[in-house]
Design a protein around this ligand. Structure first.
Ligand SMILES: NC(=O)c1ccc[n+]([C@@H]2O[C@H](COP(=O)([O-])OP(=O)(O)OC[C@H]3O[C@@H](n4cnc5c(N)ncnc54)[C@H](O)[C@@H]3O)[C@@H](O)[C@H]2O)c1
Length: 437
């Protein structure tokens, strides 16, 4: 049976690709099977969209090419994923030689837009990791380019698939607490997860648009989706209080650091086989230290931020995120005209301890059991989003879990408006002043 999540038959796609002025004919893909190319063979590319995807969906997905600006890592990824697909450093060459019909983008956030547009231009369906873009110009380029080309784009918002997030959507669709008036969302990142952003490229605004974009776009997307409304205006404040320049000593990376004994953030990368193989062994190509020092003075993102978002339907979101806390978690409250929902979760991506409570006005508070989270990546959400994309939703996606261009842009734009507001001393920033939606 034709499955609408499957790629179009090659004959109905643009039937040739152009690379360096040469027309090359697309090969016949086995019907109903993706020929997938992966760009960005780091952690997320190798695991979620590499080894794990292929082990579960080998019948539906064939990996035909891998690409990374670090050629050693692209080569190492072949071994880690267990594929004989060729490795490239040149994206266009990979597409021309391997003729995929699907491109998965797992590079640093600031580079997503270029690969999305180029892949679509070359006739491929695209799945991109969040965040779709890191500034307003990239958002506009994506809006204009994707709409002009009309290709299929999925933004991999796995956080929609967490059991509590789905329960929230379902209850709000049922109007269990009447009309929503306000939302309060607190995000806690601990000294392992939070610090990990400061060890890598994420510490640079030009690479990820601050944590308000790379991380919080998940949360802004959840709220946009729960409310089924567009965000209109953002005000924010934020600063860098713990990492970066906030220490008296620093080094380039932990392995060579003379302060290993006294630094609470010292991390022995040698204890992590994946990082040694995929990053330490490939450093000679690009100087990317996976165990980079969290105190580097070039960090220009915020480790704490407070954001207020006004929605078109009058709902206000108050959002607070901190990235240096003693424990991980989230505390989310939705206040409605006829009650309140509280979702509290602690203990990292797997959310070991959580409580989901529905309290209707004048009634007793009810504890709502959450089912469906499992031990998989991000509480099972990584498996569930792959199932939605590659198996399709049997009952027609009633919760509207699938996210595309508009959802990707609106979630990123809240974060972008947030950092623009911080840059402008807390001034209110209208999303419509950043892009033409
Ligand atoms: N949804 C989630 O839960 C989740 C979790 C982790 C990461 N992510 C996203 O996945 C993406 C990758 O994150 P990661 O943790 O794997 O990062 P990473 O640093 O481990 O991997 C990024 C890879 O991209 C390569 N690269 C850098 N610039 C490139 C370019 N211009 N062209 C091609 N390759 C380039 C790097 O060499 C590296 O191999 C990010 O967008 C991140 O936000 C999403």
């Amino acid at each position: 049976m034709y499955n609408k999540t499957m790629p179009m038959a090659p004959s109905s796609r643009r039937d040739f690709l152009t690379s360096s002025g040469t027309a090359v004919f697309a090969p016949a893909a086995r019907p109903g099977r993706y020929r997938m190319a992966l760009v960005g063979t780091g952690s997320r590319g190798c695991t979620m969209w590499g080894r794990s995807l292929l082990s579960a969906y080998r019948e539906k997905v064939e990996l035909v090419g891998l690409c990374d600006t670090n050629g050693k890592r692209a080569e190492a990824a072949r071994g880690y994923i267990g594929t004989s697909a060729p490795a490239y450093v040149d994206f266009d060459r990979m597409i021309a030689e391997t003729r995929p019909n699907l491109v998965v983008v797992t590079t640093p956030d600031a580079t997503h837009w270029r690969y999305i547009l180029r892949a679509m231009e070359l006739g491929c369906e695209v799945i991109t990791e969040k965040a779709i873009a890191t500034d307003e110009q990239k958002c506009q380029a994506l809006l204009d380019g994707c709409r002009r080309m009309g290709g299929k784009l999925t933004v991999a918002f796995n956080a929609r698939h967490i059991a509590g997030a789905k329960k929230m959507k379902q209850l709000l669709m049922e109007k269990a607490v009447g009309d929503v008036v306000s939302v309060v969302y607190q995000e806690y990142l601990d000294t392992s997860h939070g610090a990990s952003y400061f060890r890598r490229w994420h510490r640079l605004k030009q690479m990820n648009g601050t944590l308000l974009v790379t991380k919080s776009c998940h949360h802004f997307d959840q709220v946009n989706w729960w409310l089924d409304a567009r965000p209109v205006e953002v005000r924010a404040s934020g600063s860098l209080r713990v990492y970066g320049r906030n220490n008296s000593f620093r080094s380039s990376h932990c392995r060579v650091c003379p302060y290993q004994k006294q630094c609470p953030f010292y991390w022995n990368i040698a204890t992590d086989e994946f990082s040694m193989r995929m990053f330490a062994a490939c450093e000679s190509e690009d100087g990317y230290f996976r165990d980079g020092c969290v105190w580097r003075e070039d960090a220009d993102i915020y480790d704490n931020s407070s954001v207020m978002v006004r929605y078109e339907n009058g709902v206000n979101l108050t959002y607070v995120a901190d990235a240096y806390l003693p424990y991980e978690g989230q505390a989310i409250t939705v206040n409605g005209t006829r009650g309140r929902i509280d979702w509290m979760a602690y203990g990292g991506g797997g959310f070991r301890d959580q409580e989901f409570r529905l309290t209707r006005t004048f009634r007793k508070s009810e504890l709502i059991p959450l089912t469906g989270d499992n031990g998989g990546g991000h509480g099972g959400a990584d498996d569930l989003i792959k199932r939605l994309i590659f198996d399709g939703e049997p009952a027609g996606d009633p919760l509207r879990l699938r996210a595309g261009l508009e959802e990707g842009i609106l979630s990123a734009l809240v974060g972008i408006a947030g950092y623009r507001s911080i840059e402008r001393g807390g001034e209110a920033v209208l999303l419509s002043s950043l892009v033409k939606l």
